[in-house]
Design a protein around this ligand. Structure first.
Ligand code: 13P
Length: 335
């Protein structure tokens, strides 16, 4: 089993490829639809994902797609299931298995991700439906006195338990500890918190016997907070991010795919490219973007059938730019 999972993990970070995060929950996709004036109903969600997955040539730049429970069970307009459609294009279907975040008791302002109850059973069902990998997102909030060590530890333990359950069921776990970029904190703070978070995560993964070779890390970048007056340069973000990854992530991990976390499309691409220009790293560094891949496409689409070709072209362009960035071959002039 472990050898099989390792092969899947390696395919997820194949050279020049990254992951499309299309696993927005019904609530989250509703917010995205609201921004373009599209009603959040099942047929619209299905049509939107159908457009993403039928983009011509997308399998050349995208190795896997993270789906949401509803999407994993939906079909393309011609009756082909999304899972089958992705498989035909050489794309691995993945599934978000966490149940979202709740307040962490006695830790004001902090969150814990839920969804461990029944997870072995749900993972078995997802394997039956054709999923090859899974995702679980933990959230770490930075504030003057946050995060607490309780929050870092509780989320690391939950990620580790999730990862172990996935591997036992036959799914490659993407472990995603997201340090939020909301607030005013400096890049120094982000670096210290991200380093502590990753240390705790890899300690927990070891304790829970998770095979690192059969896992993929999805971290946030070390970055200045959205409202920090001093915004770090692209080079500084790249250097600091790679520095702490080297300190904390064992070389055995199959690959690292970043989340975009609210960065603009072009900046998320530039950061990834700059990291890959810093030399050869112990692991492939690629992308698993949600918003930074879909934003442009969503804006062009607006829920209109007539806009589908142009919207697909926007998605294909972003995927191509990020594919080049994962190889250190992106230039902003290509935009
Ligand atoms: P963003 O790239 O929009 O942060 O989404 C990635 C993701 O999967 C968050 O869990």
């Amino acid at each position: 089993m472990s050898e099989y999972l390792q092969k899947i993990a390696q395919a997820m970070v194949a050279p020049g490829k990254g992951i499309l995060a299309a696993d927005e929950s019904t609530g989250t996709i509703g917010k995205r639809f609201e921004s373009i004036g599209v009603e959040n109903i099942e047929s619209h969600r299905r049509a939107y994902r159908d457009m993403l997955f039928t983009t011509r040539g997308i399998g050349q730049t995208i190795s896997g797609v993270i789906l949401y429970d509803e999407t994993l069970k939906q079909k393309s307009a011609d009756g082909t299931s999304f899972v089958e459609l992705l498989n035909k294009n050489g794309i691995l279907p993945g599934i978000k298995v966490d149940a979202g975040t709740k307040n962490l008791p006695l830790c004001k302002g902090e969150l814990i991700t839920e969804g461990l109850d029944n997870l072995p059973k749900r993972c078995q069902e997802y394997v039956q439906l054709g999923a090859k990998f899974a995702k679980w997102r933990a959230v770490i909030t930075i504030d003057q006195n946050l995060p607490s060590s309780t929050c870092i530890k509780a989320n690391a333990e939950a990620l580790a338990r999730y990862a172990a359950i996935c591997q036992e069921a036959g799914l490659v776990p993407i472990v995603e500890p997201e340090v939020l970029m909301d607030g005013e904190h400096t890049i120094d703070r982000c670096e210290a918190v991200t380093e502590a978070t990753l240390h705790a995560l890899y300690e927990a993964l070891y304790a829970y016997r998770v095979s690192l070779e059969a896992s993929v890390l999805k971290p946030s970048m070390v970055i200045s907070a959205k409202n920090c007056p001093q915004q770090a340069s692209v080079e500084e973000v790249a250097q600091r991010t790679v520095r702490i990854l080297k300190r904390t992530v064992p070389a055995a991990v199959s690959g690292i795919v970043f989340l975009s976390g609210g960065q603009s499309d072009a900046l998320a691409t530039a950061h990834l490219n700059a990291m890959n220009l810093l030399g050869t790293h112990p692991w492939p560094l690629s992308f698993s973007y949600g918003r930074a891949l879909q934003q442009a496409c969503l804006k062009v689409w607006k829920g209109q059938v007539a806009n589908v070709p142009a919207a697909q072209a926007a998605l294909a362009h972003r995927a191509k730019m990020n594919s080049l960035a994962s190889l250190g071959r992106y230039q902003s002039s290509m935009e």
